[in-house]
Design a protein around this ligand. Structure first.
Ligand code: GLU
Length: 483
């Protein structure tokens, strides 16, 4: 069997991480099995779907690097891939269902149906259709339509039960009297999700439907339609929901949930992808940090668990830090560039002229970044001495030895544009021998003199990546506080 999977988002906004994980599991499964990936835009909900949202979906998928083999962006063997461009196809198959008796026109008004539903609720029964139009013949229905009536098309739940095969949940036996005859085309001629998805999955030769388990209850309806149209039913894999720490479905109130927000908050696409892959799936050896290629190699849909996955923001932060540490200098620079530009001194011209130095600065703070956004705070010390001194730094400043260390340091620093690492080390050695200060009081004094803080990048980096004349000025200023 050739493996073909689809990701079928509705274009109603940015991709939510839950949807991205669905896209990812489809992608990993297909790539692992040398299959094909299809991106289908499900926009039959004309009220909520927009072309702008469709663009956002492409942008988000592009950012995370999930490329689909077939999509509305280019012609493919099963084009078109946008449901609103397939309405004539749905019409054709709806006519077939009507002809074959698997569907019938339903003339019941909304008011009638609402009243029925209310009555069922009062009597604590499932809201099943009362079958009023189930026996209206097709000829008679067509006459009523010719007279201007606008019916829906209703699918006949023609069996008592249907078994759905699901890789994650096993075989599930659904009794059809839990939903009864259901609408597949609305009176305004717009076909409904449960119907169009079947026509598309069948015609696009989808072998496996991997999607969120919120669609599990739709599946028996779809399975019935597959059977009625004589199509082969795909294999299903319903993956568990992502929930917040209160075990409610992950939503905005838990924090960031849209892919765009993660991008804007300084997360790396590979970290988000890696983190999402570990929600409900794990590798058999417990390894956690993976590249996309490693994920493709190891992913198995059979190892996806049934239970909901809790979205752990701390773990995502950890994962992001791990992937930041793996970046090479060029990529780190590229990712950090938009954020660096928010530092006052870092004009485009300055950046252009100081690329080498900036890259070194970035490498010096790389291991302490949780998100790329943190870079602004972490490297600003290289370009501006903070206005305020920290209380820990003040304590260092009050040590007897600090003043002589700093005075000696600026005396020995020389006039080169930058200190080399060797020069810096020999200065420190010299101070140590001439005034006998060593260890923490020596190193902290210099650190505080330069940065007014006891924390920050390695002193080796601070002393060699800030111009000598700036270091001098900074230390002079700090010595003034001392007085
Ligand atoms: N358009 C549906 C959604 O966004 C996809 C359902 C499916 O995968 O069948 O939830």
């Amino acid at each position: 069997m050739s493996i073909r999977v689809r990701f079928a988002p509705s274009p109603t906004g940015h991709i939510h991480v839950g949807n991205l994980r669905t896209a990812l599991f489809n992608y990993l499964f297909a790539k692992n099995q040398n299959g094909q990936t299809i991106l289908r835009i499900e926009d039959t909900d004309t009220v909520r779907s927009t072309l702008e949202s469709e663009e956002l979906i492409y942008k988000d998928l592009d950012w995370v690097g999930l490329e689909f083999d077939e999509s509305p962006l280019f012609e493919g063997d099963y084009s078109p891939y946008r449901q609103s461009d397939r309405l004539d196809i749905y019409k054709k198959y709806a006519d077939k269902l009507l002809e074959d008796g698997f569907a019938y026109y339903c003339f019941c008004s909304k008011e009638e149906l609402d009243a029925e539903r209310e009555k069922a609720a009062k009597e604590s029964r499932p809201p099943l259709y009362n079958l009023k139009c189930a026996n209206t013949s097709l000829d008679e229905a067509k006459k009523r339509i010719a007279n201007g009536e606008k019916p829906a098309i209703r699918f006949r739940a023609f069996k008592e039960n249907i078994i759905v095969k699901d890789i994650i949940h096993g075989d599930i036996d659904f009794p059809t009297n839990s939903f009864g005859d259901f609408i597949i085309v609305r009176p305004d001629d717009m076909p409904i999700y449960n119907y169009v998805v079947v026509v598309d999955d069948a015609l696009m030769k989808i072998s496996h439907v991997i999607r969120g388990d919120d669609h599990l209850s739709n599946t028996p309806k779809q399975a019935l339609i597959f059977e009625a149209l004589g199509f082969e039913t795909p294999i299903f894999a319903h993956i568990p929901m992502i929930v917040g720490d209160d075990h409610a479905k992950l939503s905005k109130r838990h924090g960031t949930t849209s892919v765009e927000q993660f991008r804007d908050n300084g997360y790396l696409p590979e970290a988000l992808i890696n983190y999402l892959a570990l929600l409900s799936w794990s590798s058999d050896d417990g390894k956690e940090v993976f590249s996309i290629d490693e994920l493709i190699e190891r992913f198995s849909i059979k190892r996806v668990s049934k239970s909901a996955a809790v979205f752990d923001f701390d773990k995502l932060n950890w994962m992001n830090g791990q992937h930041i540490r793996l970046l090479d200098s060029d990529r780190l620079f590229k990712e950090c560039l938009p954020y660096m530009k928010s530092i006052e001194l870092l004009t485009d011209e300055f950046i252009e002229q100081n690329i080498y130095r900036l890259k070194e600065c970035l490498l010096s703070v790389k291991d302490s970044l949780v998100t790329i956004k943190d870079v602004t705070q972490n490297i600003s010390v290289y370009f501006k001495q903070p206005d305020d001194i920290t209380s820990a730094a003040k304590e260092i400043l009050e040590l007897e030895s600090t003043k002589p260390v700093l005075e000696n340091f600026i005396q020995l620093i020389g006039d080169d544009e930058y200190l080399t690492i060797d020069r810096y080390k020999s200065i420190m050695k010299e101070i140590q021998t001439t005034i006998g200060v060593k260890g923490k009081p020596l190193y902290m004094a210099v650190r505080v003199g330069i940065s007014k803080s006891t924390e920050g990048p390695e002193l080796d980096s601070l002393t060699t990546l800030i111009p000598v004349k700036c270091i001098k000025k900074r230390i002079e200023k700090v010595l003034l506080i001392k007085k």
